[in-house]
Write a protein that binds this ligand. Structure first.
Ligand code: ADP
Ligand code: ZN
Length: 434
């Protein structure tokens, strides 16, 4: 087994872990009831008293909180401590609407950075490593989270922030970066840039910690090939702390949720009913150690499933499978549910890179959907296969994946804008007509 950062917590026997969660939950419920008016009122409405929550088996009695509630309570409505106890504000990326701000005490920051540190260690990081962080810094949690985690592990930290690919490559080669932290879409761009410039022999990367957006196994494979690394998934959201709520170990088979701080549930998104382990549903988190922004039963809108199957790495924390995307990422096109990740799988299986865009529109009463994908440079050179033939093959692959006919446009290499943070895959013009 590897040198774990906190073996006593990460490989704690399940009964002890659950006892710890129960004890923390009990205290946390009392804390929010006394300190957050929103929870006080909601619990009173439901007739639930803090004493009714004696442990994790009582969790389901508590009310949910949604992103709309967060927006209603903006900015200070959910604070659990006086503002002068807070030392940091971060904000969501605003991918699906108005940004939400979250607050942190120093202890909250320590918890968050600790989780990121565990993620770096799980990816093989030690104090010998040079950790190259090119998630965005600032209000976005990606940069600050991994930066703090990297310090805790003792890595030499490069706070690159996102963008300026030339500078990224220069520092990566000059300073011998060994661990890369960014969004998977930016990792794919860096992989492309490294190979185009023939720098593959000059980089020392061994691992990457990529998250903040959904990505497929096919994309993982491509990034691992192009950079010669092992690519680890990391998940998190600002509302719960930031990256590091869960992360992959060397098995790369689901992300261990940091259950000593966050309790996960999977619910039916329509009824709110808690689903048994293994079923796909909406992920809900309860923070049991946070004080400044102490959300309980927060509905993430991320759809995935959990497994308690023992992991060969020895960690006992439950694993969440790659989220398929958010319930809001799912498009209904021509009456059929379409996930961007399904389209990505088809394209990458046919040898394309993740340089694609999906445009959904409406003509009269009918939905239209067009997938634009770039030829790889090798494909562009190989004139033996006509573009029409390539397009037809994608149309037929998408038809069997989705059950609908999608228009496909194969475009020249570099025709689609590259992302430096979270990639924008879908342009849905239909809301313009509502
Ligand atoms: P926003 O909700 O505005 O995008 P955040 O920057 O806090 O704000 O992003 C959190 C969201 O990003 C998560 O709820 C999830 O949908 C997505 N996300 C984060 N990490 C991953 C990951 N590893 N895989 C899939 N989706 C992820
Ligand atoms: Zn594991």
């Amino acid at each position: 087994m590897k040198n774990y950062y906190q073996p006593e917590i990460e490989i704690m026997p399940l009964d002890q872990l659950q006892a710890l969660q129960s004890e923390r939950l009990k205290e946390q419920v009392k804390f929010v009831y006394e300190n957050v008016k929103f929870y006080h009122d909601r619990m009173d409405e439901l007739g639930v008293k803090p004493e009714d929550i004696q442990g994790i088996d009582d969790l389901h009695k508590l009310p949910f909180i949604t992103k709309d509630d967060l927006r209603d309570q903006y900015p200070y409505g959910l604070l659990g401590v006086p503002l002068e106890e807070c030392v940091r504000i971060q904000s969501t990326s605003g991918t699906t609407g108005r940004r939400v701000v979250a607050f942190y005490t120093q202890e909250d920051l320590d918890v968050w950075e600790e989780c990121c540190a565990r993620a770096i260690v799980a990816a093989g990081g030690t104090k010998e490593d040079v950790c190259h962080v090119c998630y965005g810094y600032g209000l976005f949690t990606g940069g600050p989270g991994l930066n703090g985690g990297s310090h805790k592990v003792g890595c030499l930290t490069l706070p690159m922030s996102s963008g300026n690919t030339e500078r990224q490559l220069q520092f990566m080669t000059d300073l011998g970066s060994t661990i890369l932290c960014c969004t998977p879409s930016y990792a794919a761009n860096l992989g492309e840039a490294v190979n185009e410039r023939g720098l593959r022999d000059q980089i020392k990367l061994k691992a990457g910690i990529f998250g903040a957006e959904p990505w497929t196994e096919e994309m993982r494979h491509n990034i691992e090939e192009s950079l010669g690394i092992k690519a680890y998934d990391i998940y998190g959201l600002t509302e719960i702390s930031g990256p590091g709520v869960s992360f992959e170990c060397e098995e790369q088979a689901g992300m261990h949720i940091q259950e000593d701080h966050f309790i996960a549930e999977i619910i039916d998104p329509d009824t709110g009913e808690v689903l048994p382990e293994g079923e796909v549903g909406e992920l809900v988190f309860t923070c049991i150690t946070k004080k400044a922004f102490p959300l309980m039963r927060y509905r993430t809108r991320d759809l995935c499933r959990l497994t308690r199957k023992p992991c060969p790495c020895g960690r006992t924390h439950v694993r969440m499978m790659k989220p398929k995307g958010r319930s809001d990422d799912m498009m209904i096109v021509k009456g059929v549910n379409v996930w961007p990740s399904q389209i990505e799988t088809v394209l990458l299986n046919q040898g394309y890179q993740a340089n694609y865009q999906i445009v959904v529109d409406r003509v009269g009463n009918n939905d239209t959907i067009e997938v634009q994908v770039e030829l790889t440079p090798e494909m562009a050179e190989d004139k033996s296969i006509p573009i029409e033939k390539r397009q037809k093959k994608i149309v037929s692959g998408l038809k069997s994946m989705l059950g609908i006919t999608v228009d496909v446009k194969v475009v020249e290499p570099k025709a689609i804008a590259r992302s430096e943070g979270k990639a924008v895959r879908v342009i849905d013009k239909r809301h313009l007509y509502q």
